[in-house]
Design a protein around this ligand. Structure first.
Ligand SMILES: Nc1ncnc2c1ncn2[C@@H]1O[C@H](COP(=O)(O)OP(=O)(O)OP(=O)(O)O)[C@@H](O)[C@H]1O
Ligand code: SF4
Ligand SMILES: [Mg+2]
Length: 341
């Protein structure tokens, strides 16, 4: 699609395990992120979220598929052009402290991308850094401090300021709050939500937990074992989850919200079983080993393709897609959330 900040088509990334066995970590994934849009990507550990994000910036090579980033086809770029493009697509990481150079002070860390890419002279740089510190809620007197002198939340604010200082087109946030104390998490999520509203920047926001992306994302994609199983506008995904796996995730949030016993049973029914190994993935649908609706044919034979979900009132809604053979017959759980809840 043209005009997208990021457009990924049929992306396949293969790795080798330590004993040399090849496996597919990202298996035919497509997604689009429009200008200023926040795309939340969720799924259990090891399902390929970080690999997808890294491949989208070509920090990890991909075996097939197409990636267009800020209008450029990654396959057509040489190393120099790629580095130039990446500076407009910074990443924010899970471990804020580990991603900040302990020898530099806060002001230098935040301004470093401007220096490295030669985007501003020294004076301008300092002014921009102070402006950015204010934007992310860092008191000015922290300018000369080192990362070790900051709290976890402040360190993550430094990471965010550094990512935003080059006026990026896309910011990739890879689990930016999961290493933080629960009390700090909400503050950082609120900050990101505020920045999302104030700045013209698109976010790819990765999290384990659907609850984390819920208040931040315009659209949400759910991955399972290397595949995108469902993708929809956030309200739609919460109100009408179609894939059994998504239904389980949504029900789990609801259970956390209310603690109802009935709901817990639903969660257990929908999410029972181990996640299969990527080294020996199930035939057919990746979710068939855990899915209460699985049938021998086609579920255990044919990989379900992504289908557009037909909206009830307003015809086809191209923006809601699900990869499940039986999505149209699966009953919507009675416990799904109402939009806006
Ligand atoms: N460089 C690598 N070489 C080999 N295997 C890798 C490499 N990076 C990741 N993997 C494996 O690929 C799979 C997908 O990993 P990835 O880090 O993308 O998952 P994730 O969804 O980000 O998980 P998490 O939520 O734990 O961060 C996992 O099985 C992981 O062990
Ligand atoms: S394709 Fe079959 S096994 Fe896979 S999620 Fe749908 S019903 Fe379950
Ligand atoms: Mg990851």
């Amino acid at each position: 699609m043209t005009g997208e900040v990021l457009s990924v088509r049929d992306l396949v990334v293969r790795y080798r395990s330590h004993d040399g066995q090849p496996f597919t970590a990202v298996n035919g994934v497509s997604l689009d992120i429009g200008p200023g849009e926040t795309f939340g990507l969720v799924g259990e550990t090891g399902c390929g979220k970080s690999t997808l994000a890294r491949a989208a910036l070509k920090l990890t090579p991909f075996q097939s598929g197409q990636v267009r980033l800020l209008g450029r086809d990654l396959a057509e770029l040489d190393g120099r052009e790629l580095r130039k493009l990446r500076r407009r697509c910074p990443m924010i990481f899970q471990d804020p402290r580990g991603s900040l150079d302990p020898r530099m002070n806060v002001g230098r860390i935040i301004g470093e991308p401007l220096r490295v890419h030669d985007l501003a002279g020294r004076r301008d740089r300092e002014a921009k850094v102070r402006e950015m510190m204010e934007l992310v809620g860092l008191p000015d007197e922290l300018f000369d401090r080192r990362p070790v002198q900051l709290s976890g939340g402040q360190q993550q604010r430094v990471g965010i300021a550094r990512a935003l200082i080059t006026e990026p087109g896309l910011v990739v946030c890879d689990e930016p709050v999961s290493a933080l104390d629960v009390s700090i998490r909400a503050q950082i999520l609120n900050l990101l939500a505020d920045l999302r509203d104030r700045l013209e920047v698109a976010f790819l926001f990765i999290a384990h937990d659907l609850a984390v992306v819920r208040h931040l994302s315009d659209r949400v994609g759910v991955m399972y074992l290397g595949r995108m199983v469902e993708e929809a506008p956030v309200e739609d995904l919460f109100a009408h989850p179609r894939h059994p796996y998504t239904q389980g995730l949504v029900a789990a949030i609801l259970h956390a919200d209310t603690g109802g016993h009935e709901r817990l049973q639903l969660v257990e029914r929908l999410a029972a079983g181990e996640i299969p190994s990527l080294l020996d993935p199930p035939a057919g649908c990746a979710y068939q080993t855990r899915c209460p609706y699985a049938t021998d044919d086609p579920c255990r034979i044919v990989v379900p393709a992504a289908e557009v979900v037909a909206g009830a009132a307003d015809g086809e809604d191209r923006s809601h897609r699900v990869a499940c053979h039986h999505w149209a017959e699966i009953p919507a759980p009675a416990t799904t959330l109402e939009p806006g809840r």
